[in-house]
Design a protein around this ligand. Structure first.
Ligand SMILES: [Zn+2]
Length: 431
């Protein structure tokens, strides 16, 4: 048992180390069809113009400054100081109540003020609740409050590396990199035993990274990966069309397992399964039988495997939650949803990857996340330590289409070095 754990964290060390070392970041024109679907078309190089706007305001015609909310400071004091009169503040408070109340503003964060020029009173102010959204408070005659999604850019990132014994030391911060490890384990689940990795094993991964304002905020799909050990090269390719959505090996055999590891596509692990965790709300040590995935409010939550919904209900602790029975052995549970997806109720059959609800913070939750719980034979286990059975294989007549996608990714993988240096993707991408 201890052996298993040891090798896993080794593997995690390696990935993290190489993420730090390597990495070409490539701007990449992405819509729902990524390059693999149509290699020649979408290899568009984009020129990024510096647009002089912020929060949708033209900076040639507006001046934007900001104030930090300090602990114990009254919000109305800040707003008045910035030139908004008391009457207006009460109007804003009323208008914002059901959209994004100004009482939810937190100390340590900034409020930005939009003015016609640096001396004038603000026409708008803006608050960013998280990395993904901002709220605009329009101070015009009729107050308007709007929550807006920030624009993001999806880029391809590359992680490559080699397993060395010197990298055996602690994995401390799981964060974003843990999400990549989950995805890589998904992608190569049927081919590589990640509990028995060895010194000298090598890997290359091409994956999507979501950026907001040049900061990486979440990991998307792995488009291709190769893992080389003493048994040779093991490839995995992401493929999606009307019928298939998953990872396949070089020959088109399902490479992923019957269970996905994460219930949200773009997320980071904010709290792991931990039997001795200090509970942030209850302020004492309570085992955490789940894995928390933080994601923006409203992000789709997906079923990690085929199954039947046994619960779509509410409790004070869990908030809105869904529980799915997959087979005789496994059940999964998804907590703190803001709402269920339409049609999700007791008895509904769901497919792997199907949206069953949306991220929220109902029940006992400090912020928007999914607490994901994995049940095996009636007990809650750490799913990140579990080896799952493989998924279904592609039909023969569908192979030629898959091969086209595969070859494009395969060429990209081959163009990368295993270890650092100048890993420039030569085709279809601009650096
Ligand atoms: Zn949790």
């Amino acid at each position: 048992m201890s052996n298993r754990k040891f090798s896993t964290s080794t593997f995690q060390d390696i990935i993290i180390a190489s993420l730090l070392v390597v990495l070409v970041i490539v701007a990449y024109n992405y819509y729902s069809n990524h390059f693999a679907d149509s290699p020649s078309q979408s290899q568009v190089s984009e020129t990024f113009e510096e647009k002089p706007t912020k929060y949708g305001f033209d900076l040639n015609e507006n001046f934007i400054d900001f104030a930090e909310i300090r602990p114990n400071q009254f919000l109305s004091d800040i707003l008045q100081y910035e030139g908004i009169d008391y009457l207006k503040i009460t109007e804003v408070e009323k208008a914002a109540k059901d959209i994004y109340s100004i009482r939810r503003f937190k100390s340590g964060k900034n409020i930005s003020f939009v003015r016609p020029d640096s001396c004038a009173a603000p026409t708008h102010f803006v608050y960013e609740p998280d990395a993904f959204r901002y709220v605009v408070y329009d101070l015009g005659d009729s107050i308007q409050v709007d929550i807006k999604e920030k624009e993001f850019e999806k880029c391809l990132d590359v992680a490559t590396g080699e397993i060395k014994s010197s990298l055996w030391n602690a994995l401390k911060d799981a964060g974003q990199s843990a999400a990549l490890i989950d995805k890589m384990e998904d992608a190569l689940a049927s081919q590589v035993d990640f509990y028995h990795t060895q010194k000298g094993d090598k890997f290359k991964i091409i994956f999507e990274q979501k950026y907001i304002e040049d900061k990486p905020v979440a990991i998307g799909n792995i488009l291709g990966a190769v893992y080389t050990n003493d048994r040779g090269d093991h490839f995995s390719f992401y493929y999606q069309d009307d019928e298939y959505d998953g990872y396949y090996d070089y020959e088109g055999r399902a490479s992923t397992s019957a269970f996905l590891r994460a219930p949200v596509k773009y997320s980071r692990i904010s709290s792991s399964y931990n039997l001795r965790r200090f509970h942030p709300i209850k302020k004492r040590t309570i085992p955490h039988y789940g894995t928390d995935y933080a994601a923006a409010h409203g992000t789709p939550i997906i079923a990690v495997a085929n199954g039947v919904v046994t619960h779509a209900s509410y409790t004070r602790g869990n908030g809105k939650y869904v529980k799915i029975k997959h087979d005789k052995t496994y059940q999964t549970q998804y907590l703190h949803m803001s709402r269920f997806a339409s049609g999700i109720r007791k008895g509904t059959s769901v497919k792997q990857g199907q949206c069953i609800g949306y991220v929220g913070s109902t029940g006992l939750a400090t912020g928007p996340h999914v607490c994901f719980r994995f049940w095996k034979n009636g007990k809650q286990i750490n799913h990140r330590r579990e080896i799952f059975p493989p998924a279904k294989t592609m039909k023969k007549e569908d192979l030629p289409k898959f091969f086209k996608t595969r070859d494009a990714t395969y060429d990209l993988l081959n163009s990368l070095d295993y270890v650092k240096h100048d890993n420039t993707l030569t085709e279809g991408v601009t650096t």
